[in-house]
Write a protein that binds this ligand. Sequence first.
Ligand SMILES: Nc1ncnc2c1ncn2[C@@H]1O[C@H](COP(=O)(O)OP(=O)(O)O)[C@@H](O)[C@H]1O
Ligand SMILES: [Mg+2]
Length: 223
Amino acid sequence: MIEAARGAGNLKVKAFAGAGKTSTLQLVAEHFGQRRGMYLASNREIAASAARRFPPHVGSRTMHSLAWASVSPMLRSRVSLQGEPPHELAARYGLDPLEVRTVTGKAVEIAPFEIGRMIADGRDRFCRSADAQPAAHHVVVDEKIDEAVAAQLRTYLLPYVGRLWEEGAAAHAGSSISPDVLLKLWAFSQPRIEADYILFDEAQDSDGVMLSVLGRQRHAQII
Ligand SMILES: Nc1ncnc2c1ncn2[C@@H]1O[C@H](COP(=O)(O)OP(=O)(O)O)[C@@H](O)[C@H]1O
Ligand SMILES: [Mg+2]
């Protein structure tokens, strides 16, 4: 792998847990000497444990922490604001309870709380995707709902998902945002990760938005 990494191209390593991927990334970083490296992991625990193992000049971060560090303090402060409860979101959008059919043909009610949650979840799923705009498939509908009804429900809720996203993304907005919204806004800002090479560990656990940011780091070697 070190031999392969010595070539300037990007490298993808696929192996079972415990096969030695992270250890080998460490050897690669040691081999690269003073080239500026960045180890990226999808969660904080993995990034923290790598920070202890990797040479000191190699940064060890999560994508969320990179995003956090490079967005405006104004945007950061909005993450810690109290979020709007789902039932209040549904009320603000004028959404009433819905009666839908389950796969077994039974009629059930979807309460405003649940509708609000589906909208906010849909917005977050869009934010974690590589997509440029919210789409119906970002809305998750309980699997006990009849599939044809679920498809209608996704189409019905999509404009509200878009509206919630727009409200959060608006430059003048002061409302609470989720960490996923912060990550998406950062991804849309065409961020540049300052490194000569990027070691992206546990890539299978990463989201589309992370892979899209990574894919745009043409200046860096990605392993
Ligand atoms: N070449 C090697 N020879 C012996 N043990 C190794 C070797 N590479 C890694 N290990 C050990 O195997 C275990 C798993 O390695 P790790 O790099 O964490 O795997 P992965 O990241 O693929 O899950 C660790 O305890 C590590 O010290
Ligand atoms: Mg590992």
